[in-house]
Ligand binder design. Structure first.
Ligand SMILES: C[S@@+](CC[C@H](N)C(=O)[O-])C[C@H]1O[C@@H](n2cnc3c(N)ncnc32)[C@H](O)[C@@H]1O
Length: 294
């Protein structure tokens, strides 16, 4: 399968990718915190629904639980949250499993908020939040029992470099879980390309990884017991909710942008919130969960 990459040059201009990502989160974290997640879940992910899930908050917590169970997290485990947002999953795992979690992100404000929330929730002793790039962390090799990355690896410029770094950081026998969107179509129609570009531009993604290439990369890098599942059905309800609300507020955002009451970044992010649903619905991409061991 051919990996599909956005012509990033056209969108980034003179900024490098991480600068673009920083700008995106500096301007949009407010929306994640107040229009999507809440103070309880602190989540910046889709959330997993099943027949018993009552509401979005439960779905957002379910995703943490799914990941923690897939990793078989135990009290005292040393865990890395690669791309930790404002610390929602790391704090929840520390509270519920007693694991020691280090969360890393390239957004300074995420670190400040994550530390503040960890203190409020009385898990500062079990959590650490550090400003680091997950493609080149500078952390010692073989220092983690478990690593997860929830909807963050999509920001990596080169997903293989990201996976190599995760492999280096894991202890032998350690486990990795990655949850994210993955391209599955070999060829994109003009409409698919437009949706895909809206998604990548609006959410500051260099690309989505190809599902099959990601699996091949895991194997070539040396991961074993690789399990992958296409799990769009777990997130589609959240995806549709996001689509509906962003479609509703998009005209307002355009007016706000014209009046300089919101930034262009946020208008483009709203378009991405619409594009993500088309991409799942048209099966251009799937929501994938990869579990593997070193
Ligand atoms: C969509 S948010 C998901 C946050 C969190 N995993 C959650 O589920 O709430 C993506 C996160 O990846 C982080 N990120 C993006 N590029 C990164 C990089 N190169 N290194 C570390 N973190 C990165 C962003 O700062 C952001 O915190």
């Amino acid at each position: 399968m051919v990996a599909v990459f956005v012509d990033w040059e056209n969108f980034v201009m003179n900024e490098d990718v991480n600068t673009k990502i920083e700008k995106y989160y500096d301007e949009s974290t407010f929306f994640y915190r107040y229009l999507w997640g809440n103070k309880k879940n602190l989540a910046m992910h889709f959330g997993f629904w099943d027949k018993d899930t009552k509401n979005l908050n439960d779905a957002l917590i379910n995703e943490n639980k799914y990941v923690a169970d897939a990793l078989d997290i135990k009290k005292g485990d040393k865990v890395l949250d690669a791309g930790c947002g404002v610390g929602g999953s790391a704090i929840w795992i520390a509270e519920n499993y007693g694991a020691n979690v280090i969360g890393i992100t390239i957004i300074k404000n995420h670190i400040t908020l994550a530390k503040k929330y960890a203190k409020e929730r009385k898990v500062s002793d079990l959590t650490r939040f550090e400003l680091r790039d997950f493609c080149d962390t500078g952390l010692p090799s073989e220092s983690f029992d478990k690593i997860y990355s929830i909807e963050s690896a999509c920001h990596a410029i080169d997903k293989r470099v990201f996976l190599k770094e995760m492999f280096r950081l894991l202890k032998k026998g350690g486990k990795l879980v990655v949850c994210d969107g993955f391209i599955i179509k070999d060829h994109l129609s003009e409409i698919d390309k437009k949706q895909y570009e809206d998604l990548c531009v609006g959410w500051a993604l260099p690309s989505l990884a190809s599902y099959s290439k990601f699996r091949a990369d895991l194997s070539e890098i040396g991961f074993r017991d690789i399990q992958s599942q296409k799990a769009t059905e777990k997130v589609i309800k959240s995806s549709k909710e996001m689509y509906k609300s962003s479609k509703y507020i998009h005209p307002l955002m355009v007016i706000f942008a014209k009046l300089q009451l919101t930034s262009k970044t946020n208008v483009l992010a709203e378009l991405a919130c619409q594009a993500q649903y088309h991409i799942f619905k048209d099966k251009t991409a799937v929501y994938g969960i990869f579990t593997s061991k070193k």
